[in-house]
Structure formats: structure tokens, C-alpha cells
Design a protein around this ligand. Structure first.
Ligand SMILES: C[S@@+](CC[C@H](N)C(=O)[O-])C[C@H]1O[C@@H](n2cnc3c(N)ncnc32)[C@H](O)[C@@H]1O
Length: 272
């Protein structure tokens, strides 16, 4: 264990990260399917899969619909969980014990590293170091996904961080913030506040960019409801449409809005 690794509970449930899988298949198809040069060996790495590797196996199934031979590596700090998951290993699916200093070989680069629901405790100040540590394993252009979800995955937010073309230990670019809901809890923008990534959760307060973003979103949502868009998916879509006219960097892909996703790519990146 390195000083960045801290033991956490192992709870996960089947289907919790399925929406994220669908997002990645839709928006990151090229990244998931590239096979030129080192990309031929580049894996999807799921860090901290939990007591059971259900979410890793679900992602493997989703991504392999696009890229059948995709290497998938599940990493767990808890040695017993890593050992038990080995029962689900196959020629392209591996489970290993390890922490943020990932147990990958020199010939095992990563195309996507996912670290969901790992950083709920611990000091927010350490988060950039965790991001930087995990991003080292990515090929340039590879994606680090780090965030939180409620236990069933009905509300989820994640940082999307991209490894740039620079040196391997350069901090990844804080490219975007992704929000998702399946509407089972209805919809209001502040539904996401408690599930923000660790470094943003306490920052929804005056003067912070994330607070300004939420204020605009709440305003757009109120306007949508005042005009009769009451059903949660309808209110979400209409609020997104309105928010896009006054917030820079909001992606206006109709697929995203129809599926309950909001993707915000602020110019200059997501500030801490
Ligand atoms: C709450 S579970 C999350 C499971 C799954 N990723 C999900 O989103 O549902 C967190 C798991 O991450 C593991 N974990 C915590 N810190 C870790 C680290 N630094 N490296 C690898 N695994 C870690 C814990 O042992 C635990 O099993």
C-alpha cells in the first residue's frame, strides 16, 4: 500500500455503473476500439471493483460489444477480494491486488482507467495526486474517470480527465464533468450535490465556479418547470437546453439529454 491508498468498504451493486458504460460506448467509441501501435495492448482498468467484480464484468461485456478482444484488468486493494474475483478471469480478463500505483506490466498500457466510489473519504487535497498517479498508466489521449454514485447508480457524477501529449507524470487535463440520473429519484439539479467527486463536494458555496454552475442550472430548471415541463426527464432536457444558452462548454448532444446525461466541458477545464 502506498501512502495514497486507504482502506474503504467494498459495497457495490450490479448495474451501478451501467449508465457510465453506455456513456463511454457512445462518446468514447474510438478510444475503446483503437488498435494501432501500443493501443493494440491497451486495457480498460477498473480500480477498486469492490467485494464482487460485477461492475468490471458488466463493463467488459459492454465494451467488448465494440472491441471483442479488449483487455480488462480489475484492481483491488483488498487481497481477498482480488483473489475471489479470480474465479471470473479469462484470457482477456484479469484481477489483481493493488492500489493507485497500479499493478500493470510495462507492456500493459491503459486506454481508460476508472476509479468510481473510491475517494469518498480522505482529504480532498490529496485528490490531484491520486489523479496524477492513475493517469501515468494511460497512453496519451487516454481517459481517467473518477467520481461517485449512489448505491444503485441512479445518480452519478464523474470527472473526465485526459492524459495529454506531455510527459508521463504531467497532471491530466480536467476535461469535463459528467452528471447522470435515471430519474428514479425525480430530478432537481441539487440532486447531484451529495454525489459530486470528492474534490468538489464541499465547494458548492458562494464564489466557487461549481456553485455558479449549479445556480445557472437551478435557474434554468425553474424556468423549465414554470413553462410546464414537469415530468423529470422533460424538465431535465428543457433545463439543459436553457442552460446551454448561458453556460459555456455545455455539450448539446441530444442523445446525452435523452439518456439523462449532462456533460460540462468548461473552457480551460474544470477548476478545483
Ligand atoms: C465502494 S467500493 C466501489 C466498488 C465499485 N468501484 C463501484 O463503484 O461500485 C470501493 C472498493 O475500492 C477498493 N479500494 C479503495 N481504495 C483503493 C485503492 N487505492 N486501490 C484499489 N482499490 C481500492 C476498496 O477495497 C473497495 O473494495
Amino acid at each position: 500500500m502506498s501512502s495514497l491508498d486507504t482502506k474503504t468498504r467494498g459495497r457495490t451493486s450490479r448495474g451501478r455503473l451501467r449508465a457510465l458504460d453506455a456513456y463511454l460506448c457512445h462518446r468514447e467509441r474510438e478510444l475503446l476500439t483503437r488498435q494501432d501501435g501500443p493501443w493494440a495492448r491497451a486495457a480498460f482498468v477498473d480500480v477498486g471493483f469492490g467485494e464482487h467484480p460485477w461492475t468490471t464484468l458488466e463493463s467488459a461485456e459492454a465494451f467488448r460489444a465494440l472491441h471483442p478482444g479488449l483487455p480488462v484488468i480489475g484492481v483491488e486493494l483488498d487481497a481477498e477480494r482480488a483473489r475471489a474475483a479470480g474465479a471470473h478471469a479469462d484470457a482477456h480478463t484479469h484481477f489483481r491486488q493493488g492500489g493507485f500505483e497500479l499493478p500493470l506490466g510495462a507492456d500493459e498500457p491503459a486506454r481508460v482507467v476508472r476509479a468510481m466510489n473510491l475517494l469518498r473519504q480522505g482529504p480532498p487535497e490529496r485528490v490531484p495526486e491520486v489523479h496524477q498517479t492513475l493517469a501515468r498508466y494511460l497512453l496519451p489521449g487516454g481517459l481517467l474517470v473518477e467520481g461517485s454514485a449512489d448505491p444503485t447508480g441512479s445518480v452519478l457524477t464523474a470527472h473526465l480527465l485526459r492524459r495529454g501529449p506531455g510527459p508521463v507524470d504531467a497532471p491530466p487535463v480536467r476535461e469535463a464533468l459528467l452528471f447522470h440520473t435515471d430519474f428514479t429519484q425525480g430530478f432537481a439539479p441539487l440532486l447531484f450535490r451529495d454525489w459530486l467527486p470528492r474534490d468538489l463536494r464541499r465547494r458548492v458555496r458562494p464564489g466557487e465556479p461549481i456553485q455558479a454552475f449549479f445556480s445557472e442550472w437551478v435557474e434554468a430548471w425553474r424556468e423549465a418547470r414554470a413553462r410546464g415541463h414537469d415530468a423529470p426527464p422533460d424538465a431535465f432536457r428543457e433545463a439543459a437546453l436553457r442552460l446551454a444558452t448561458r453556460t459555456e462548454g455545455l455539450e448539446d448532444d441530444p442523445w446525452l439529454w435523452d439518456q439523462g446525461f449532462l456533460l460540462w466541458r468548461p473552457p480551460g477545464g474544470v477548476s478545483v
